[in-house]
Design a protein around this ligand. Structure first.
Ligand SMILES: [Cu+2]
Length: 146
């Protein structure tokens, strides 16, 4: 009996695993949004999906921005020039920066779960170029209906 219950519990948890996706993000010296860019710079993913950052061009990384991740989410910091994978479980908005190019506006947004770009609340303290890029990313996402 216990064995049957366990098997049922396992089966019930399988669908979410089976449909978890991996999303690739290129790190670039120049991208669709300008110099020092992530492509795409706005991602909508499901809880449990994985985001893979690709060192397409040398000199970049991906790190969470302090105070700009969902409550209870784990911050992360990848090494420069290295491919990096992170699985995002907590729903909400993740602000991502490239550590060496944050001041130049190399940032992106990942939305985990429901919600539109309009609902993204930017932190108050951001380098001006990062704020400008976020505004552009949100505007583009809004126009695309995201
Ligand atoms: Cu960079």
């Amino acid at each position: 009996m216990i064995r049957v219950a366990l098997a049922a519990a396992l089966l019930c948890s399988l669908p979410s695993l089976a449909f978890a996706d991996t999303h690739k993000v290129k790190m670039l010296n120049r991208g669709p949004n300008g110099p020092m860019d992530y492509d795409p710079a706005f991602l909508v993913v499901k809880p449990g999906d994985t985001v893979k950052f690709l060192p397409t061009v040398k000199g970049h990384n991906a790190a969470t921005i302090d105070g700009f991740i969902p409550e209870g989410a784990e911050p992360f910091l990848s090494k420069i020039n290295q491919e990096f994978e992170v699985t995002l479980d907590k729903e909400g908005t993740y602000g991502i920066k490239c550590s060496p190019h944050f001041d130049m506006g190399m940032v992106m947004l990942i939305k985990v779960g429901e919600g539109k770009a309009d609902a993204v609340k930017l932190p108050e303290k951001l380098p001006p170029s990062a704020k400008k890029r976020f505004d552009k990313i949100i505007d583009t996402a809004r126009q695309a209906g995201l």
